[in-house]
Design a protein around this ligand. Structure first.
Ligand code: FDM
Ligand code: MG
Length: 212
């Protein structure tokens, strides 16, 4: 159409606690979008491949200690360092499917003693704002049926429960809460159908900033 601006990609985030099937759903969504002719890429936070990401990885694997405020800021910095590339991809029409984002950053740090949601949100302000968040929830009973947690730092029932309570505080109208207690296929179909609408409605929308 003459005079029309180029269409951008959608910024879609998946959030939820461990064992909710987030990573599986992220990959499936990228696959389904690509099959439907929508250019889409998978990203994940923390991105453990960068210099900052390697420090985060050592911290999560408990091979080093990092002070609680400092690690919070490293998780945030790991998102800031990705902004130029993410902006470029979105502007060039690529939809981004992102496994965890600032909401995990706040939910997990604010689960620690003496950390407030507000304090944790500050350094995240101004990052790209997702067009949509799929929040996958799971009852503690069903999570327990999925086997033991791993050995990484936050893989404990109490921390996951506190993080889940914090996620609830962060929800807004851009979130869809999805009960993840379904088959992978049912879940993935439901998410894909919703995501196609998000891709469509984001095409002409301005990219926005988080929590400003
Ligand atoms: N996590 C993740 C944080 O504490 N802050 C963050 O900003 C992000 C993105 O890191 F326990 C936590 C959440 C989880 C851990 O995440 C590793 P993955 O998705 O299991 O790699
Ligand atoms: Mg994990």
């Amino acid at each position: 159409m003459p005079g029309s601006v180029a269409e951008r990609g959608a910024f879609i985030v998946f959030e939820g606690c461990d064992k909710s099937g987030k990573s599986t759903q992220c990959s499936q969504l990228v696959q389904r979008l690509n099959d439907a002719g929508v250019k889409a890429e998978l990203l994940k936070f923390p991105d453990r491949t960068t210099t900052i990401g390697k420090m985060i990885n050592s911290y999560l694997q408990q091979s080093c200690q990092i002070e609680d405020h400092a690690i919070h800021l490293l998780f945030t910095a790991n998102r800031w360092e990705a902004m130029p590339r993410m902006t470029e991809l979105l502007q060039s029409g690529v939809t981004l499917v992102v496994d965890r984002y600032s909401f995990s950053g706040v939910a997990y740090s604010a689960a620690k003693p003496d950390f407030s949601v507000e304090w944790c949100q500050q350094p995240e302000r101004g990052l790209l704002r997702p067009d949509h968040v799929f929040y996958l929830t799971l009852s503690p009973e069903v999570a327990a049926q999925r086997g033991d947690y791993g050995t990484e730092r936050y893989e404990k029932k109490e921390i996951q429960a506190k993080a889940a309570a914090n996620f609830d505080l962060l929800k807004d109208e851009t979130w869809t809460v999805i009960n993840a207690d379904k088959t992978k296929e049912d879940l993935s179909t439901e998410i894909f159908e919703h995501a196609m609408k998000v891709v469509d409605s984001s095409k002409q929308a301005e990219l926005a900033q988080l929590w400003l």
